[in-house]
Design a protein around this ligand. Structure first.
Ligand SMILES: [Zn+2]
Length: 433
């Protein structure tokens, strides 16, 4: 554990400390953030006293990414939620955005340091120790994910960056430098498992004992995790962040039962109903959309930011001793389909299909017949066979039946030979409209 005193602090004590920070942050927003002063005033809230503490945060309006984007202009290229003078900003990340105009994420030196602290706790939870060699595969470029790389220095690791899309270079580094850990997306881990088999490289027998994945959901799915752990002969743990709030905010421990909030004390987490936005109680097994609030941020703090990540949470204390709540990501709102009133995440379909291994490769593609979110059943799903596999008797029917039983959705499964679906060296596309 990186910060045992903080990470084992009873959660109610953490909440008391967070409440103090939160009240101070709200005061700061009213004084310094044009965006939030206007937003809160419009909701009839003009003083920190009227806004109150964390116990009533659920009554405040939510913040959508689009609102921040709409506040950007030539005069305010980063948005009107920026709360510090330009001179205090030391880093500006950007996200690609859907409209083509990048959206900017400014940070002060302290903001950046807090990001790295939270991220370091999240990655340390994997069990990695100072002195270990870690090979990473992220081409950080303009993206906030680059800040996570600084946490490997903080942890005292020997960091070997090789970047994305160069499997020869990566495998050479594994063969020659013998790292004990590797960092990548789950999709790239799956891609490399096949690549190694094709190139007669013994991945299972390699020096890598831990694979730390991030960037997309996947390893929270038991069957996919098992398949990857078998292919690599390594333990997989995951981490998750969101650019606007912080990198690797959450990190899974060696118990592999969800990602702990490593950024505790910097970020407050809530769960809301994705449809109504109503607060949901954080309790073991609760599911909803993750909403995050900065507690001690300076450059562009966010209040009740909708992450569009659908998660399942656990609040009971973990066997590792960390008291922070845990979660796993079920999927992104943007990927969700509604089939006759039932919400379906493609990751949930993949999870069920993967249970048919070794008959299937684990790669799937959902191909909705109609544009948009709402679909009529049956939902078309392409399922790929294992290498050299043949369409076994009634495989499609058995998968359709199982999906209907678990997700209550009718699908039409099309079985295709191994290698038909596109592999990714970064993130997998599970839906093709
Ligand atoms: Zn734990």
């Amino acid at each position: 554990m990186l910060d045992p005193e903080i990470e084992t602090l009873p959660w109610d004590e953490q909440v008391s400390r967070d409440d103090v920070l939160y009240r101070r942050q709200v005061e700061y927003l009213l004084a310094r953030s044009d965006f939030y002063r206007a937003k809160l005033t419009a909701a009839g809230l003009t003083t920190a006293d009227a806004i109150g503490g964390l116990d009533t945060i659920g009554e405040l309006p939510l913040t959508e990414k689009d609102e921040i984007r709409a506040s950007c202009s030539e005069t305010h290229p980063m948005g009107t939620h920026v709360a510090v003078p330009r001179e205090q900003i030391v880093r500006i990340y950007s996200t690609s955005g859907t409209t083509g105009t990048p959206s900017y994420i400014p940070l002060t030196a302290q903001d950046l340091d807090n990001w790295v602290t939270g991220s370091s706790r999240s990655y340390a939870a994997s069990g990695i120790k100072p002195g270990e060699i870690i090979v990473t595969t992220y081409n950080a470029g303009p993206f906030a994910a680059g800040a996570a790389l600084a946490s490997f220095d903080r942890l005292g690791l020997c960091h070997v960056p090789v970047g994305t899309g160069n499997s020869e270079r990566l495998i050479a580094a594994i063969r020659l430098l013998k790292p004990t850990a590797a960092v990548m997306t789950p999709s790239y881990a799956a891609y490399l498992a096949e690549w190694a088999a094709d190139h007669a490289f013994d991945l299972r027998g390699s020096s890598v004992r831990r694979v730390l994945v991030a960037g997309e959901p996947g390893v929270g799915e038991a069957a996919l995790r098992t398949r990857l752990e078998e292919a690599w002969g390594a333990k997989f743990t995951e981490a998750m962040g969101i650019g606007d709030i912080g990198v690797s905010l959450w990190g899974e421990c060696e118990e592999q039962c969800g990602m702990h909030l490593g950024a505790r004390g910097f970020v407050h987490a809530e769960l809301v109903d994705p449809g109504s936005g109503a607060p949901l109680r954080m309790a073991d097994g609760a599911r909803g959309e993750l909403v995050l609030t900065h507690l001690d941020h300076r450059a562009a703090p966010l209040l009740r930011f909708r992450t569009r990540d659908h998660v399942e949470v656990w609040t009971s204390v973990c066997r590792c001793g960390r008291t922070a709540p845990r979660l796993r990501c079920i999927g992104r709102t943007d990927d969700m389909l509604i089939v006759r009133g039932v919400n379906v995440f493609p990751t949930a379909i993949r999870e069920i299909v993967s249970q048919f291994a070794p008959a299937v490769s684990g790669f799937i593609l959902v191909k909705p017949a109609a544009a948009g979110t709402r679909q009529e059943p049956p939902l078309p799903v392409t399922v790929e066979l294992q290498k050299g596999g043949a369409d076994a008797a009634q495989l499609a029917e058995r998968i359709e039946k199982r999906i209907r039983e678990v997700l209550l959705v009718a699908t039409r499964v099309e079985i295709v030979p191994w290698g038909t679906l596109q592999r990714s060296e970064y993130k997998s596309k599970l839906v093709q409209h």
